[in-house]
Design a protein around this ligand. Structure first.
Ligand code: MN
Length: 226
């Protein structure tokens, strides 16, 4: 065989190797995304094949506490790892998908904090009135674990609360700074839910009512009520 032909064959082989290599990588990426077609082609009522897809997420606790501290904010907490990873959302959640709400990650809180409603003494950390503004369960979507989603900086979840429903997402912008957003589904709304539904889901009280009952600063608490 002439040298040129041998070199040509060698090059062709190399090219094919390279091509197969890239095909393999693309196929791996695509396989992770193409279960929709796998499912479309099968009737799982009749085939014993695995249905695949993500495992059904478990329902975990979520709570939002409206907190009239030095500044009014809403503490958004999702149960994970036996504690409540938490974000302080100054303007509170918006059910309008076009509205992004700043959510500053704060320290994890204990699970039993979820039902705390009352007055933190002035001068103490977070001093002021606390209301359980919404409570219920959430289901993690897309990622198998909360840690995985947190690492990616994108926590996708579905809320089943008394006030908030449907798909939501927390997206990290930098450091401890995240954005809380409603995902598009049937539970979106352009209403200002913090104004329209200002009461405690546990006791129906406003902040002023909680402060009055628990010996807090009623006038200061009232500045957080609509
Ligand atoms: Mn707080």
């Amino acid at each position: 065989m002439p040298l040129r032909a041998t070199v040509g064959l060698f090059r062709a082989t190399k090219r094919r190797d390279r091509h197969e290599g890239s095909t393999k990588i693309a196929a791996t990426k695509e396989r992770a995304r193409s279960l929709r077609e796998y499912k479309r082609k099968r009737d799982f009522a009749t085939t014993p094949e695995p249905q695949g897809g993500k495992p059904k997420g478990v329902e975990r606790l979520f709570v939002i506490q409206k907190h009239r501290a030095s500044a009014l904010h809403y503490d958004f907490r999702l149960e994970a790892g036996g504690v409540l990873p938490s974000w302080a959302v100054p303007k509170g959640p918006s059910p309008d998908p076009k509205v992004k709400r700043l959510a500053m990650q704060v320290e994890d809180h204990p699970l039993d904090y979820a039902r705390f409603e009352g007055v933190i003494p002035e001068g103490e950390y977070g001093g002021g009135t606390v209301m359980v503004w919404d409570i219920g369960t959430y289901r993690l979507e897309e990622d198998a674990t909360f840690d995985e989603a947190t690492r990616k900086g994108r926590i996708v979840f579905t809320l089943n609360g008394k006030k908030l429903k449907g798909g939501w997402v927390l997206v990290r912008t930098r450091g401890r700074q995240w954005l809380l957003m409603k995902r598009r589904d049937r539970s979106t709304s352009t209403a200002d839910i913090t104004i329209e539904k200002p009461r405690s889901v546990l006791t129906r009280r406003l902040l002023a009512g909680i402060a009055r009952d628990e010996g807090g600063d009623v006038a200061r608490a009232a500045t957080g009520d609509p």
